[in-house]
Design a protein around this ligand. Structure first.
Ligand code: 13P
Length: 342
């Protein structure tokens, strides 16, 4: 393990005001999003969509790293340039999703365990040769009556830590993603309790597995109530709850926290990240950044519609969301920036 190289990569990923772009939807998830918009669901269609994203003019101004899926890291632009090369030339570090998805957890109805540890060392070696320098693994924690249970929290934390240790051995910065879902009607307080519990379990396991915290990025959910909860917080309340929970559970050695968007609207995700940075920014031990998929890609996908003629407009929409989140990292996002046409 080259500790210095890992620390350097982790720092670059969260330096300044840039953040991560998650474009690692699995084929079934990508197809589901295409189907909803009537877009044809083929490997070529997914390739064309990802080409639109990686060739967005100015992408590297706002995006430090892009998380790819196994199919995508092997694909090229129409002119034959590998996506990894296009990203690197734009100053964007290529990353790779390495979990193989969340499966029903045996004996625990309604809970999931993320799989993908078998053969991971060999897969990482191949991705390293392809140019990837960081990786992602997502654990999924549902909130409900009696859920999550200890078995689900600890099994997922253990898997995340084993993945993270393998990543560092193979020269990858692990993006450690324990996602507490927004599905359901639970309150903000309940999300805070569950997120705190999960993060404590994750950092205990990272410690046990000997993971170097200076060489990871944490990718958590923001602390928010379930989407069906009648009491939805204001932007500042959500920002305060999130920072309070993280201060209690994330060691200062972690260089950066890059939030997932989790089904929030693109505007709310930007506003909440902005509030955290505007209120607490310089007083926090870690950088607060973004690693959004839907909250960056959403508007662009709707404009693209699978048509070549829509590529320039879709790229403008993608750049606009990336630029809004870049402003949110500085605590400078506001209605005027949101209205600014790309
Ligand atoms: P969302 O921002 O759409 O939640 O996706 C982030 C992600 O990478 C999920 O693993």
């Amino acid at each position: 393990m080259n500790a210095q190289a890992l620390m350097d990569t982790a720092r670059v990923l969260v330096a300044g005001d840039r953040g991560l772009l998650a474009m690692d939807e699995s084929n079934p998830t990508c197809n589901k999003r295409f189907a909803r918009l009537g877009i044809v669901q083929t490997a070529e269609s997914r390739r064309a969509y990802r080409e639109m994203i990686v060739t967005t003019p100015g992408l590297g101004e706002c995006i430090s790293g892009a998380i790819l899926f196994d199919e995508t890291i092997r694909q090229q632009t129409t002119d034959g340039t590998p996506f990894v090369e296009v990203l690197s030339d734009a100053g964007v570090i290529p990353g790779i999703k390495v979990d193989t998805g969340a499966a029903e957890m045996a004996g625990h109805p309604g809970e999931k365990i993320t799989e993908g540890l078998d053969g991971l060392r060999d897969r990482l070696a191949e991705y390293y040769c392809m140019g990837a320098r960081f990786a992602k693994w997502r654990a999924v924690i549902a909130v409900g009556e009696g859920v999550p249970g200890r078995a689900c929290v600890e099994a997922n934390a253990h898997a995340l830590a084993r993945y993270a240790a393998l990543c560092q051995e193979c020269g990858f910065v692990p993006v450690v993603e324990p996602e507490v879902l927004m599905d359901g009607g639970h309150t903000l307080e309940r999300c805070s309790d569950v997120t705190g519990l999960v993060l404590h379990s994750v950092f205990t396991q990272l410690f046990l597995q000997g993971v170097m915290l200076e060489g990871i990025i944490l990718k958590p959910n923001m602390v928010l109530p379930g989407l069906l909860c009648p009491a939805q917080p204001g932007v500042d309340e959500a920002a305060d709850a999130t920072v309070k929970c993280l201060l209690r559970s994330v060691p200062a050695a972690v260089p950066g926290i890059a939030f997932l968007s989790g089904g929030q609207s693109a505007e709310l995700a930007s506003a909440r990240l902005n509030a955290m940075n505007a209120t607490f920014g310089s007083r926090l031990p870690w950088a607060l950044a973004f690693s959004f998929a839907r909250a960056i890609q959403g508007p662009a996908l709707e404009i693209w519609e699978g048509k070549e003629s829509n590529v320039p407009a879709a790229q403008k929409a993608l750049y606009h969301r990336a630029m809004c989140n870049r402003a949110a990292r500085r605590g400078e996002y506001d209605a005027a920036i949101e209205r600014m046409s790309a």
